[in-house]
Design a protein around this ligand. Sequence first.
Ligand SMILES: [Zn+2]
Length: 296
Amino acid sequence: MNRIGPLLIVEGANNSKVPYSRSLYIDCKDKVLIDSGGDPDALLEVNRQYGVELIVNTHYHPDHTRHNHLFRDAAKWINQIEFEKAQTIEGIARLNGVYQEWGPEGVEMWRKNLPQDWVENLGGYSKSYEYEKEYSFGGVKVSFLHTPGHTSGLSCPYFPELGVVYVGDYDMTSFGPWYNGTDGSIDDFIESGNRLISLDADTFITGHQKGVFSKLDFQQAMESFLAIIQERDETIEQYVREGLTFEELTNVGIFYPKQTLDVPLLKTWERSGIRKHLYRLGLTIPESSTVFGMAK
Ligand SMILES: [Zn+2]
C-alpha cells in the first residue's frame, strides 16, 4: 500500500481496472475511506489496522461503491446531486441509459441480473456532502470539487495542504473519457478536465489503472485523453457521411470493441454515447434502414 503523508492508496484488483477502482484512506482520527472499489482483503486489513468509520463516495458508480456493504457500521456519504437518484434501482437504470435505450422491459431484464451485494449498497447513504466546502478530517483538509461530465455529480477530493487530488474517472486510460450515462456530458467533461489540470497540486491519483501522476505528466496525459473525444466525433461523422443508420453505427464499435457489443450494458452505453456525439455534431440519422416498412 502506498502512502502519501496521511493518505493510503488501496489498489483494486487487476490494477484497479473497471469494475474495480483505487480507494484512498485518510489515516486520521476520523478514519475516512474514499471510494470502496479497492481490493476487499486490503480494505478489511485497513479496517483492522486503522478502522473505517466513514466512507465518502465520489459518485454512485458500482466500481467506486462496490465494497461499501463490507462496512456495515460506517457512515456513508455521497455527493448531493446523486444522493436521491442513486438510491433506487429505477434511478440507476435511468442514469445508466437502460430506460432511455430499452424502455421498461429493458429495466426489468437489467434488474434481474444485478448482483445482490451491489443492490445492498444502494440504500446505504446517511448523508450528502457539499461541494467546494473545506472539510477537515482529523486535521486533514479536503474539498470535494464538483467535476461533472463523467456523471453529473462526480466529485474529486482535493487536499490543498498536501497538494494531492483524487481525480477518479479522469483516469487517463486508452479507453478515453466515459460520459455515456444519461447524466454524463461531453462539454462538462472537457471543462472539468481543464479545471483539474489547473489545480495547485503536485500529485494526481486516478481511480483506475496507471494511478499516480505528477502535475506535468497529468497535464500531458489530459491532452491526449480529451483528444479522444475529437477522434470519436470524426469517426462518427465519417460513418454518417457514408450513410450508416443509428443501428448500424451502434454495431461498429466506437467506444467498446465490436466483439463486446453483445453485452447488454456495453451496448446500452455504446448507443447512449453515440447519441451524445450525434447531438453535439448536430447530426440526425434514421434509427434503422427500414424504409416504408421494407428493409433496405
Ligand atoms: Zn464512474
